[in-house]
Design a protein around this ligand. Sequence first.
Ligand SMILES: NC(=O)c1ccc[n+]([C@@H]2O[C@H](COP(=O)([O-])OP(=O)(O)OC[C@H]3O[C@@H](n4cnc5c(N)ncnc54)[C@H](OP(=O)(O)O)[C@@H]3O)[C@@H](O)[C@H]2O)c1
Length: 323
Amino acid sequence: MKAIVQDRYGEAEVLRLEDVPMPTIGDGDVLVRVRAAGLERGVWHLMAGRPYAVRLAFGLSSPKVRIRGVDFAGTVEAVGKLVTRFQVGDEVFGAARGAFAEFVVAKESQIVTRPEAVSVEEAAALAVSGCTALQALRRSGVKAGQKVLVIGASGGSGAMAVQLAVAMGMVVTGVCSGSKAEFVRGLGAERVIDYRHEGCETWGRGYDAILDLAGSRPLSVLRRMLKEDGTIVIIGAENGGDWIGSFTRGLTGLAMGPFWRQKVVSLLAVVGGEDLSEVAKRVCGENWRRVVGHRYALADAVKAVQDMQDGLLTGKAVIVVRG
Ligand SMILES: NC(=O)c1ccc[n+]([C@@H]2O[C@H](COP(=O)([O-])OP(=O)(O)OC[C@H]3O[C@@H](n4cnc5c(N)ncnc54)[C@H](OP(=O)(O)O)[C@@H]3O)[C@@H](O)[C@H]2O)c1
């Protein structure tokens, strides 16, 4: 089969399209013929091996899994003998290592049935960003009627967070660059802030929760915008440092926990299980807006990663493997 592979960490040029052997499945696995694969920041982190902490889990000197990509949607091609929920021909979506390929092997718990109302491309973009957004909102403790600030609202996880929060009845302020403000407004954000032109001092006060997906602003700055009993959820950022990325602030939050009334939580999203089913249900909601704005062929996956790195994407991008 064809797949996007890499043998060393580096910039987008380490990725290439190659013929690789078909994967084999274990008893609890499902083999999926990939129709589309979602692009998300994790692809870049595994490609680059940065922050360096990712190498502890994914390979010290080179990636243990050569094929990139995590999110996908496709058709079940074969099932292991312990698999009970799926059969050949089922349309599914989910997450597994090696999704930028014609076939991927997933654990049964990492996939769910694709609802008919959700297109293959939209489904391919859901698993990581959807579970991340859902878990971030849950950890924030924010409730209907309360105010939430989403920093990085035009990106993959941010766009999901805005929509989920709006659907749950929260009042959302989104932060992104001005050229993408209309997109974020369309997702239901009440106010959109252009971080390139508006300083944090004008972003407002009294937020019940801040979901921080970008920018690595100091906790002191974020805490000033937060209610006394509010919560900051640190999800990620691309400028958080080479070793542990944006989680330095999470560690500070942990250390200061006993002294602050405001909570600082670091999120490490778990993709799959009940939350994936919940995401599937939510995206079938009446007012759900589609977030996929960019499509690439498998052979153009390198360009897709480069475009993500250059900030050219709005919402999600997918690699269309088999239409
Ligand atoms: N903790 C976890 O488990 C987990 C899970 C998923 C993702 N993440 C991390 O979360 C982060 C966001 O992921 P994503 O997939 O949503 O990324 P993405 O699609 O690339 O979106 C990034 C967003 O950040 C905005 N942004 C960039 N620089 C900014 C700045 N200085 N101030 C404010 N906003 C800024 C972008 O706005 P414009 O493009 O409009 O400029 C865009 O809305 C990444 O670092 C990713 O690695 C963590």
